[in-house]
Design a protein around this ligand. Structure first.
Ligand code: GAF
Length: 381
């Protein structure tokens, strides 16, 4: 991907660009826990967004998207969100930097990469982090990593309209080769720990569907969690987020909240406990224990949090009786995208053939498969 982006840039703008990259992410476990100040276990992967950039001595940001084969220009002194348009992610980051006092000058940019869009691998967070880092390098802002993460998240909130948590941007910036990140989304304390899978690999199976309303349903889940917290605070004022609640506290407010709110809160409380248990399993090299927790996570996401869909449920169920798949669950925001699976390397091909055939028979289209490796976060190419 590096070569075509570089040469498209040179062709369009007749100068040498600076090249940066930012990876997509997987999440082993801890879904929809980040915005509840809970725990997550993501990692950066070998699929990335690449940004080529150079200053243009004007007050314009001129951007070309390789994926959309489209150009877009905006005036750095007057611009706003353009929800639903790819350029909103670039402008959103530029706006955050300006707001923080960085003097963003005119720039030319080409971007593209191999993170499938809509697959739940957080291509938008990767783009945001890449743009922030590219502007920082180009104009020598020296933005610290943590600020880069926050500006990227804020860009998503303000310019894309999705009230996302911190996980995706954090993983994209802080990823480390062959390591997973254990992140406490309240304190933002984290650890990199090596993931040893001698006989297994991480396989993502992409349903290639993204059901509409995913963004609005995401924001709705956030509100439902907050409704549960607000109800609990009446009895326990010290509670700040679902992170501070347990099932007993939840039972105490059962009469004050609706069934969906109860279910959302129950899921988040249980998922936080699962992340802690899953982390212990990995420490003890108990991969099969880890896999069982993945299945439990999926059940919660599907039945209580209600962010799964028929295609994702089918893929997870499919693997349940296969002894060469240790664990499987939907990954990311939901309503489509990928499942993440821990699969015995020696049976990888067999699994792909079986699923390809049966998924197509059921849904009329083939899924896609990505075997991923864990890689470093945002940097210079
Ligand atoms: C999306 C969001 F961007 C993340 O912050 C996270 O909430 C995730 O969905 C669900 O775990 O990727």
């Amino acid at each position: 991907m590096k070569k075509p982006i570089e040469s498209v840039f040179k062709k369009l703008f007749s100068k040498e660009p600076l090249l940066v990259f930012s990876p997509g992410r997987i999440n082993l476990i801890g879904e929809h826990t980040d915005y509840n100040e809970g725990f997550v276990m993501p990692a950066a992967i070998d699929k990335k967004m690449i940004v080529a950039i150079a200053a243009n001595q004007s007050r314009q940001g001129r951007i070309y998207s390789m994926d959309f084969d489209e150009e877009f220009a905006f005036d750095l002194d007057s611009f706003g969100p353009k929800k639903g348009h790819w350029a909103t992610y670039v402008m959103g980051v530029a706006a955050q930097l300006q707001q923080a006092g960085y003097e963003v000058q005119g720039f030319d940019m080409v971007f593209g990469g191999d993170i499938p869009v809509g697959a739940g691998l957080s291509s938008s967070a990767a783009l945001e982090a890449a743009v922030g880092f590219a502007l920082s390098e180009l104009f020598d802002f020296k933005i610290p990593q943590r600020s880069l993460i926050h500006y990227s998240q804020k860009a998503e909130h303000v310019f894309a309209g999705v009230q996302c948590g911190i996980m995706d941007q954090f993983a994209s910036v802080m990823g480390k080769k062959e390591h997973v990140i254990r992140l406490d989304c309240r304190s933002l304390e984290f650890q990199h720990f090596p993931l040893h899978l001698p006989d297994h690999c991480i396989l993502l199976i992409d349903t290639c569907v993204k059901h509409s309303l995913a963004d609005s349903a995401y924001n709705k889940r956030r509100e439902e969690c907050q409704t549960g917290v607000t109800a609990a605070q009446k009895l326990h004022p010290e509670i700040k987020s679902l992170r501070d609640m347990d099932l007993e506290i939840l039972a105490g407010i059962r009469d004050q909240i609706s069934d969906p709110v109860f279910n959302r809160c129950k899921y988040v409380i249980e998922e936080n406990e699962r992340v802690i248990k899953a982390s212990d399993s990995l420490d003890n090299s108990d991969l099969s224990g880890f896999g069982k927790i993945m299945y439990a996570s999926h059940a919660g996401l599907s039945e209580l949090y209600e962010v799964s869909c028929e295609e994702l449920d089918y893929l997870v169920d499919y693997t349940k009786n296969l002894d060469f798949v240790l664990g499987s669950r939907m990954m990311g925001g939901g309503f489509g995208g990928c499942t993440i699976n821990i699969v015995e390397k020696s049976n990888l091909e067999k699994l792909q053939k079986m699923i390809s055939r049966d998924f197509e028979l059921k849904f009329g289209a083939k899924p896609k498969f990505y075997e991923v490796s864990l890689e470093n976060g945002t940097g210079l190419l």
